[in-house]
Design a protein around this ligand. Structure first.
Ligand code: HEC
Length: 219
């Protein structure tokens, strides 16, 4: 097996890295190397005997942005006949066309690569979960409070709250937000909160994290 590089950190300021859950949104108008191009290259071009780090057929390695750029020539060119990547994918002669011995990539796949090149062939990536999950402007009043009320206050309220923790009101919630327990307890893989209940979904925990990262404001 070859190693797949982690989603790269974008240094161009245009794409953003995966944000580690903080939510660089996937923009529908942008083509992302880490999310769309690299997975395509990996599934079509890097199987055993082909363009992976061990076999590097023809000196070409397609397992990361760095290896693509350093082993295939002219990937950034938009005069397609002179772009070696596009050239081998669209070659008429099946003996020269890639993926070797397999059907050509679809027009949609090739168009996607071309669009990525036209946008600068950047080493960019985005957080796909964040794409369907709006983590901007998360408010205590409209998101956190109703969530805690629905999922936590059954146990964490009253004169003898469970775990000795009262979660009614902003100040109490902010205490566990600021000391890290709130996020830790809802994301751990065993013994998570809500105790004995269904785990909060990814989007919910990302929104919660965004609010915590913003300083757990009473907004
Ligand atoms: C069914 C009851 C129940 C529900 C629902 C529940 N908790 Fe708890 N919680 C507990 C108990 C009991 C403890 C004490 C530790 C233990 O037994 O795991 C605890 C402990 C905690 C702690 C640690 C307190 C500390 O100081 O160490 C936090 C934070 C917490 N819960 C947050 C939450 C949040 C956030 C929710 C909702 C998403 C939630 N809990 C839902 C019962 C519950």
């Amino acid at each position: 097996m070859f190693n797949v590089d982690p989603i790269p950190t974008d240094t161009t300021g245009t794409g953003g890295n995966n944000g580690g859950g903080s939510g660089v949104l996937c923009d529908a108008d942008t083509t992302y190397f880490a999310n769309q191009i690299l997975p395509m290259l990996i599934s079509n071009c890097t199987e055993s005997g082909c363009h992976n780090a061990q076999d590097h057929e023809e000196g070409v390695v397609l397992t990361s942005y760095q290896s693509l750029m350093s082993t295939v020539e002219h990937v950034t060119r938009t005069d397609w006949d002179n772009n070696d990547l596009i050239e081998v994918l669209t070659e008429d002669d099946p003996d020269k066309r890639m993926p070797y011995g397999k059907p050509p990539l679809s027009q949609t796949q090739i168009d996607l690569i071309k669009r990525w090149v036209q946008q600068g062939a950047l080493n960019n990536g985005c957080n796909e979960n964040a794409g369907q999950c709006d983590v901007t402007n998360v408010k205590f009043s409209t998101f956190v409070q109703p969530l805690i009320q629905a999922r936590c206050q059954g146990c964490h309220s009253g004169s003898a709250p469970q775990g000795g923790l009262n979660l009614v009101g902003h100040a109490n919630v902010k205490t566990v937000a600021d000391n890290g327990k709130l996020y830790d307890l809802v994301t751990r893989t065993t013994n998570w909160m809500p105790k004995g209940g269904q785990k909060l979904d990814d989007c919910t925990t990302m929104k919660l994290k965004a609010w915590i990262d913003a300083g757990a404001p009473n907004n």
